[in-house]
Design a protein. Structure first.
Length: 120
């Protein structure tokens, strides 16, 4: 007689596959400081420098006020770059979780022969 294998039991995929990611999450206070406080402080410094330079710009080397205004604008641009980099890092982290969800769904498919339902 041929042995019959037991039917695979239905195991839904893990809805939160963060355990598949081997990274430690940084402290929440540090994340918020880098994400929100750092760009605001850099932009505030840029605004202060622009105000100190009276918003004048003739040439960087024309006088001290022109140099302060130019550096202030530079700090404001840097703060925008920090915001964009933070956004890109968050997108990257979200895509890592999406890939882990996909891998979990594929493992479920291999075990059961059915693609898991999307109950989200």
């Amino acid at each position: 007689m041929a042995e019959t294998s037991p039917s695979p039991r239905h195991v839904p995929p893990d809805p939160n596959p963060r355990h598949l990611i081997d990274e430690k999450e940084p402290p929440l206070l540090l994340v918020r400081a880098v994400r929100y406080v750092l760009p605001v402080l850099i932009a505030a410094l840029g605004v202060v420098l622009c105000v100190m330079g009276h918003g004048q710009y003739k040439s960087v080397f024309a006088n001290r006020d022109s140099l302060l205004s130019a550096v202030g604008v530079g700090f404001i641009v840097i703060s925008m770059m920090v915001c964009i980099l933070n956004w890109l890092i968050r997108l990257s982290a979200e895509s890592t979780v999406d890939r882990a969800n996909e891998e979990s769904a594929r493992e479920h498919f291999v075990r059961t022969g059915e693609w898991p339902r999307d109950d989200g």
